[in-house]
Design a protein around this ligand. Structure first.
Ligand code: FUC
Length: 752
């Protein structure tokens, strides 16, 4: 074996695969390494003489409790619809802009909180420098030698401790300073900082406790605000921090670290993935990203998948806010799109991977937000549509704004709450947790569906039901009945019908939804062989817009499948071909999933390759990955990370078809049957690999091993007693699984 190759293999063996690592400090924010506990986030720059740890707390926002509904807007609804039916789109948009929009027109913004600055006097010219993030432990470490002293800093964001903890050690006695720098005006820097966000009711407090023991020092950073919930800001941030610190009194760093690692591992280690390795795996992560196009580095794909899971654990834990456009990592007080919740794709994309990635509890913060939105959105339903139930348009913020924002041509989009509600049903399908379905999911889903019982209208031309005014996200302007809306409402109605059957409730509503669902305008194939994005056949085959909204029925929906609706499936595929492979970060994230659903692993992988390119090839940045593997829209937007992670899972395992008897109501009724599809879209670049612990709908946990592109073994564990159908390479087999049973099967789908 050539010496260099041997050396690289040895080195790769020593370097744990689940690390991002670098041989120089971060220059800019997107070089820095993220840690998070679902409420606080920190970005570790890994500096030598000057270390910067930029941090956030997820309720530091502009604004205050506020009802954004436009009182009396519903008066104008018939007229807006009438104008659209008459083909007067511009007039309809103008009228809606005046009478139908959120008050005020824009929502509020997520903010930075501050920096923890650590200075080591005279520590220039470091040698043996290295910084890394270990996804398995959730710890970011910086190590270097300067002036004959070797320094090591570990940074972690602990969920159990509710704090960011920095542990500094030096090989000899040495001094350093640590201080907080506030990101807001009128707030003094120092060991503690408290203040108020400009133009906001949010007051915050952050403080740093310093504990020295020999040559090591532990810095405990806590932060809190007065935010209790979207209507109440009466908490005392100082008191909250004092209580957090009091609870940590007397706990050594080793104890705090061990508790953090235990908590993190319990989530992170549920899934392992091995797509093969390569010499490039020994390079620093930034060089690996740059080299990715040149050679095959499947381990970087595995790392990107696990990084998605890591970022989910860091940005969305029970008790905190849901992951926003940047998770919870934000350096700016004027972040792109306010770093809020854009729900015409972005927030949903964030959460696609919690099922397959076996992190279901990370979605609970989103469901807490849905509880709020079912209240604020009920006011909007009443004031704007004179409807029951609740509705959310294309964005929400900390204050749970649900009314249409920004501009009528894209802000008036009726199905944000509906799409989010399908996540409740998905959570049930992955967990089979009936208590969750009954207590949390169903009431919210029912309210979302009830809105459309009142708000769907009849198309005067065809007599079908549809939504409107609405839009196909962010293009084509205000219209009646865009395809995406119809797909989402059909899915939501189907979910509520199935849930009400399982829970044995609401017979009448079920009958009504079943009747209305069948009358919603169907998907249509247009003159270019495309799936129509609108009611009319007006798609432009040259349109390469990043949104691929009408393909919702393929993914994340499942009403269009090769088995049930082969013609629509082919048309949807044609639409995706027209849209092209180039895209912004999240758009690539969506396309990876779509190509996996089109059972084309190589095409899905081609998009993934487009995504794994340096985002910072000089300025301005472009779509791809930043040095720290944050995905670039650009700028950084975390949906691309999460979307790509789910896309990788979709290549290996799919379970989207309506499953089993309880859920056998197929969206399109035509003989579809649910199954676990093993290796449905395996790219030829990953001929050998294994994955353990993926979740599938039906409450199954699945591990797969494959060799030379062929399944070697599948292990399927059933959480509850259920029928199981498995599909691989065109063959199918059925099993009756008992609760707690584990089944091993080979490529012939026979039990081993
Ligand atoms: C939608 C997208 C943009 C961006 C924003 C946050 O408006 O069309 O590309 O991702 O959300």
């Amino acid at each position: 074996m050539p010496k260099i190759l041997l050396a690289t293999i040895l080195l790769a063996g020593v370097l744990p695969a689940q690390q991002l690592w670098y041989n120089k400090p971060a220059q800019i924010w997107t070089d820095a390494l993220p840690v998070g506990n679902g409420r606080m986030g920190a970005m570790v720059f890994g500096g030598v003489a000057h270390e910067r740890i930029q941090f956030n707390e997820d309720t530091v926002w502009t604004g205050e409790p506020h009802d954004y509904a436009h009182k009396g807007a519903a008066k104008y609804l018939p007229q807006i619809r009438e104008l659209l039916w008459e083909g007067k789109q511009k007039e309809a948009e103008d009228l809606a802009m005046k009478e139908f929009m959120s008050e005020p027109l824009h929502q509020k913004a997520y903010q930075a909180l501050g920096d923890l600055l650590i200075d080591i006097p005279g520590a220039e010219n470091a040698t043996n420098y290295k910084r890394w993030l270990d996804l398995d432990t959730g710890i970011a470490t910086t190590e270097f030698t300067a002036n004959g002293i070797t320094w090591r800093r570990e940074v972690l964001a602990s969920y159990p401790a509710n704090a960011v903890i920095v542990h500094v050690t030096s090989s000899k006695p040495a001094e350093f300073t640590a201080t907080l720098k506030c990101a807001h005006a009128n707030c003094k820097d120092g060991a503690s900082m408290s203040g108020q966000v400009e133009d906001s009711a949010i007051r915050f407090d952050a403080r740093l406790e310093r504990r020295k023991q020999g040559n090591s020092t532990t810095l405990i950073l806590v932060a809190a605000t007065n935010f209790k919930n979207y209507r109440d800001v009466s908490a005392d941030p100082e008191q909250r921090n004092a209580a957090t610190l009091a609870a940590l009194k007397g706990k050594s760093y080793q104890t705090l670290r061990a508790a953090h690692v235990r908590d993190h591992e319990a989530l992170f280690r549920r899934v392992t993935i091995d797509l093969g390795t390569s010499p490039a795996a020994a390079l620093p992560t930034d060089e690996r990203i740059a080299a990715f196009a040149k050679g095959n580095d499947p381990a970087l794909v595995a790392l990107l998948f696990q990084y998605g899971r890591y970022l989910m654990i860091g940005s969305s834990r029970p008790g905190g806010q849901p992951a926003n456009l940047q998770g919870l990592w934000n350096e700016s007080n004027k972040p792109a799109w306010d770093s809020k919740y854009t729900i015409n794709i972005n927030t949903e994309m964030n959460y696609w991977m919690v099922g397959p990635g076996n992190l279901l509890e990370c979605q609970l913060p989103l469901f807490e937000a849905l509880k709020d939105l079912s209240q604020s959105g009920a006011v909007v339903a009443k004031e704007h549509y004179n409807a029951r139930g609740w509705v959310v348009h294309h964005n929400f913020d900390l204050w749970r704004g649900a009314a249409p924002i920004n501009a009528s041509n894209h802000g008036i989009w009726e199905t944000g709450g509906a799409w989010l509600s399908t996540h409740l049903w998905e959570q049930y399908l992955f967990s089979m947790d009936k208590q969750f379905l009954r207590d949390t999911a169903y009431p919210l889903m029912k309210g979302a569906a009830t809105f459309f019982v009142d708000a769907l209208v009849k198309d005067p031309k065809t007599g079908y039901l549809y939504t409107g005014p609405s839009n196909s996200p962010e293009q084509g302007g205000l219209v009646m009945g865009p395809t995406m809306d119809r797909e989402i409402v059909r899915a939501l109605f189907g979910d509520v019908i199935m849930a009400s059957k399982i829970l044995d409730v609401d017979k009448e509503l079920r009958a009504q939804l079943t009747d209305m669902r069948a009358r919603i305008a169907p998907d249509q194939i247009g003159r270019y062989g495309q799936l129509q994005e609108w009611m009319e056949d007006k798609d432009d085959p040259k349109n390469q817009h990043r949104h691929v909204s009408h393909l919702w029925g393929v993914f994340p929906g499942s009403e269009i499948t090769p088995y049930g609706t082969p013609k629509l499936w082919a048309a949807a595929r044609q639409s995706l071909i027209y849209r092209g492979d180039a895209a912004t970060g999240w758009s690539m994230g969506w396309k990876i999933n779509l190509w996996a659903r089109f059972l084309d692993g190589d095409h899905a992988y081609r998009i993934l390759q487009n995504l794994i390119t340096p985002a910072h090839d000089g300025r301005p940045s472009r779509a791809g990955l930043f040095v720290n593997m944050f995905d670039a829209h650009p700028p950084f937007q975390i949906d691309g990370n999460f979307g790509a992670a789910n896309g990788i899972a979709e290549m290996l395992l799919q379970s989207q078809d309506p499953y089993g008897t309880e859920t056998s109501l197929s969206p399109v009724e035509s003989g579809e049957q649910g199954f676990l599809h093993l290796l449905p879209a395996l790219p030829s670049d990953f001929p050998n690999g294994k994955v353990t612990g993926l979740l599938a709908r039906g409450g199954f946990e699945v591990s797969l091993a494959w060799q030379n592109g062929k399944l070697a073994k599948a292990t399927i564990h059933a959480k509850v007693a259920r029928p199981l159908k498995v599909r691989y390479a065109g063959n199918e087999a059925s099993f009756q699984m008992k609760a707690g049973q584990t089944l091993d099967i080979g490529p012939d789908l026979k039990s081993l």
